[in-house]
Design a protein around this ligand. Sequence first.
Ligand SMILES: [Fe+2]
Ligand SMILES: [Fe+2]
Length: 234
Amino acid sequence: MKNDNVLKDKSELYFPKAELKEWENGVRQYCTRRNDTEVLISYVPPGVVVDMHQHKEAQLGMVISGELMMRVGDVERILTPLDAAYIAPPNIPHGASNLSDKEVIAVDVKRYKTEENYTAPEDYFLEVFKKKDLLPGMEVTFFVEDWIEVMLADIPGNGGEMPEHRHRNEQIGICISGGYEMTIEEYTKTMEFGTTYFCEAKETHSAINNLDHNTRSINLFLPPRYNKKKQRKL
Ligand SMILES: [Fe+2]
Ligand SMILES: [Fe+2]
């Protein structure tokens, strides 16, 4: 079935299969990648310290569940679910500790492109830029930095949808609750917790939630669609 293999490979470009990395300190990471961008979903057991380290890739991350003490450069802050994102620009040391008695789940994105300039807020933590209802029941929250935009989006159940469209921005997304059907070009995948999609510039995409409850995802846009200096209307 040669044809099926071709289809399967193309689909894995948009919806790469996660690779599991298990670290000695007990952290488990599900990693997906397309080109220069890697998405990591990390499970950090209670009491575990992720040592300070640095790399040439910029890293942005958020906590999905639990509470994580995050350190970037000499700034330390407790991150709670989806309240803020941290950015560790290239070669800036960063690390984390789970000081709680519950597992932490976090999403991190690592990326390096020579032509991009990886800025960060002065204290490395990115606050909510704005919140709004895109459609009734479709609440969205934006975090914006010069090179990246994070959009937390709910899609209502019973057929709520983001109609097919395309744009010049790269778009990457991670399902963090519920589930939905995501289509990129002609390939459809059922998104569930942790499933990640990668959509390059100009690739058509759409989403529909056929469940009877909301679904939530973290979506990244590179470059951002909004300029954080000029608070343009969305
Ligand atoms: Fe890192
Ligand atoms: Fe889009």
